[in-house]
Design a protein around this ligand. Structure first.
Ligand code: RNT
Ligand code: ZN
Length: 415
């Protein structure tokens, strides 16, 4: 599309939105201000840079070639991906992406000094996730809930280390670092004593979170899930468990869109958490029939997550992160496409005539609420999106796919 056409279409879209009481310029500014944290692990299937990798509890399927093999390759791929999205960004690291040969339970900020230098150059904040998996100290899939005290203590030391590291990342970058804790602990078949594992988890978490940090540098979040591969019958860290733990201990909660019952959407949860001032981290994912972490597509599930966050007044205070991994297709295309979809859904929410919808509802005019919300679905969000890309110097339409193909040819195929 010619730049001239994009500009013309934006001008007309601006007028259409104005009729609905929506200011497109204000929406575009917010699109830049609200940051989406890009998960580093789509680049190499959560392999990371530790030497003695063991089979992971975080299963990634597919073997498309050209995964990033080194920290520099991974950072180059991230820069490429971020360069294809007009929104604001951060980068989300996992423990296994440290670059020094440190024991997991002795990991410290030194392992991330290259990441910090790079983040500073690119004005990016860094979030962090403890890697409680793919390690010889996992006890039949259990870490903080292992009946073996030595195992639990190892992972408690690691949990403490993750928070120190994240606080260090927050300090170094001058942007809050969200430190997310997810553990795979659970059982394949029905346990006889669920309470035993959950009591151990509570005890372990109490040790991990004993130290208090400045919330400007470090925000702790805990991430529950319903089930995983190999933990079909029982996951110790369920949503109920962590929500209660977070509420009692003043921590944030991580909502992963792939971790609930089919049909249960995290979109409904913002308004349930907002009245209590709960800090929220999103892991935007796409579960296909099960917790599968497919690449995020632009669908109703995704758009409703963003619009509900806006309607509940938390869009600007939640921490938005992505969490998907597909190793069966070109990883940078998977990454960029999911990121742009999250961004587009964010823009769509920012452009929603929310005030009009809420007014109709307050007035008791539910028929008008329906009519308006259906009308809103056909508003020209694409014209505003293309304009956002053009203004940020990002390839629009066909030029976007051409840029992806070029990167595969020029960079990835040389690996
Ligand atoms: C796993 C959780 C967790 C991981 C990442 C890699 O079910 O979603 O967030 O996917 O930490
Ligand atoms: Zn997640």
């Amino acid at each position: 599309m010619k730049s001239e056409t994009i500009l013309k279409r934006y001008e007309s879209a601006k007028e259409v939105y104005k009729d609905f009481g929506v200011d497109t310029e204000a929406a575009l500014k917010k699109l830049k201000d609200i940051k989406i944290s890009l998960h580093c692990w789509q680049g190499d299937d959560i392999r990371g840079f530790e030497a003695d990798v063991v089979a992971s509890e975080n299963v990634v399927t597919g073997n498309y070639p050209y995964a990033a093999r080194t920290p520099d390759e991974l950072r180059a791929d991230i820069e490429f991906v971020l360069g294809l999205d007009p929104g604001g960004h951060k980068v989300n690291l996992h423990g296994v992406y440290g670059e020094k040969p440190q024991r997991r339970d002795e990991q410290n900020i030194d392992a991330f000094s290259n990441w910090i230098d790079w983040a500073k150059q690119n004005k990016l904040g860094l979030d962090y996730n403890g890697s409680f998996f793919a390690h010889k100290m996992m006890d039949k899939g259990l870490s903080l809930t292992s009946p073996n005290k030595d195992v639990r203590d190892f992972w408690i030391r690691y949990g403490k280390a993750t928070r120190e590291i994240a606080a260090g990342l927050g300090k170094a970058t001058g942007q809050i670092s969200v430190c997310n804790l997810w553990i795979p602990d659970g059982l394949k078949d029905n346990p006889a004593d669920r309470l035993y594992y959950r009591s151990l988890l509570k005890e372990s978490l109490d040790a991990v979170f004993a130290k208090k940090f400045d919330k400007k540098q470090l925000l702790d979040t805990v991430e529950g899930k319903l089930f995983g591969i190999g933990t079909e019958c029982f996951v110790a860290g369920s949503y109920d468990f962590y929500l209660t733990y977070a509420a009692k201990n003043n921590l944030g909660i991580c909502l992963d869109s792939g971790h609930y019952h089919v049909g249960e959407s995290i979109a409904d949860k913002f308004s349930a958490l907002a009245p209590f001032g709960m800090d929220i981290l999103l892991h935007i994912s796409r579960g296909e029939r099960w917790d599968s972490d497919h690449v995020v597509t632009y669908n109703d599930t995704l758009t409703s997550i963003m619009t509900e966050a806006k309607r509940a007044g938390v869009l600007e205070s939640i921490h938005i992160g992505l969490d998907y991994f597909d190793a069966s297709i070109n990883r940078t295309i998977a990454w960029a496409t999911g990121l742009r979809n999250a961004s587009r859904a964010l823009l769509n929410a920012l452009l929603e005539p929310t005030d009009l919808l809420k007014k109709a509802e307050r007035d008791g005019d539910f028929s008008m609420r329906l009519a308006l919300s259906e009308e809103a679905k056909m508003l020209p969000v694409a014209d505003v999106w293309n304009y956002a890309c053009l203004s940020a110097g990002i390839p629009v339409g066909g030029a976007y796919t051409a840029a992806l193909a070029k990167y595969e040819n020029d960079v990835l195929k040389k690996r």
